[in-house]
Unconditional design. Structure first.
Length: 228
């Protein structure tokens, strides 16, 4: 088996070998990017700040390339266009481009035609990944806006909030009673059943709460009754 593979590799043209090596390299990077995003890893950020309030770009090594335009620039009202430059989309293009090119070269297809086919496959991968990235971002934005709707409302602690940790609170989110992850505003513990008020949204799934006095618990009492 190894001898057969070695012979197959040695008989291959140099350009085909280069394409196979590049395809393998980009495949590993692309897989790593998706695995990192699933388990929440992030390699850090690179900030590119334009002079005099021009263009600000953040490159997140977990796969996103985000561009912010300073106030006063009307040409870039929608940031969705920049999702085309998602690092994952670029990696997907390179991965499929090199794999397709290597296979077409290996099959003896004319080099110019093989490159054209490979470029088409790369564009297709770019488009698919771009659509997926946009879809995932919209889901995240929807979740964030839902959680934000409970800010300023009152509820009760469902699971104890420990010192410096998070628990669960029962509050109304977009008209429905929901269990939301919560942290105490002063990092002090709050026991289950205590009335609280949502102070602010920390992230897409977590809020910050504070305890409220007995005379301010009418809303939380009504929530308890509705949930029963």
């Amino acid at each position: 088996m190894i001898a057969t593979m070695s012979q197959w590799w040695s008989e291959m043209e140099t350009v085909t070998q280069v394409f196979y090596v590049a395809a393998s390299f980009f495949s590993v990077i692309l897989i790593w990017q998706f695995v990192a995003s699933l388990i929440g890893l992030s390699g850090g950020d690179m900030d590119l700040d334009g002079l005099d309030g021009g263009l600000d770009a953040d490159i997140d090594f977990d796969g996103d390339f985000d561009v912010d335009v300073a106030a006063g620039s009307d040409a870039m009202d929608s940031m969705d266009a920049f999702s085309l430059f998602s690092l994952r989309a670029i990696l997907a293009f390179c991965t499929l481009f090199f794999w397709a090119g290597a296979m077409y070269f290996d099959q003896g297809v004319n080099k110019s035609l093989a490159l054209a086919y490979a470029f088409g496959w790369g564009l297709a991968a770019w488009g698919v990944i771009t659509v997926l990235v946009n879809w995932m971002k919209k889901l995240a934005e929807t979740g964030t806006s839902r959680i934000a709707s409970c800010v300023g409302t009152r509820g009760s602690v469902y699971l104890d909030i420990p010192t410096g940790g998070t628990g669960k609170v029962r509050v109304v989110v977009t008209g429905a009673i929901s269990m939301v992850t919560a942290r105490s505003i002063d990092d002090k513990p709050i026991k289950a059943g205590a009335p609280v008020e949502v102070v602010r949204k920390i992230d897409a799934s977590t809020v910050e709460v504070k305890t409220i006095t007995a005379q301010k618990t009418e809303d939380s009492t009504s929530i308890e009754r509705e949930s029963e």
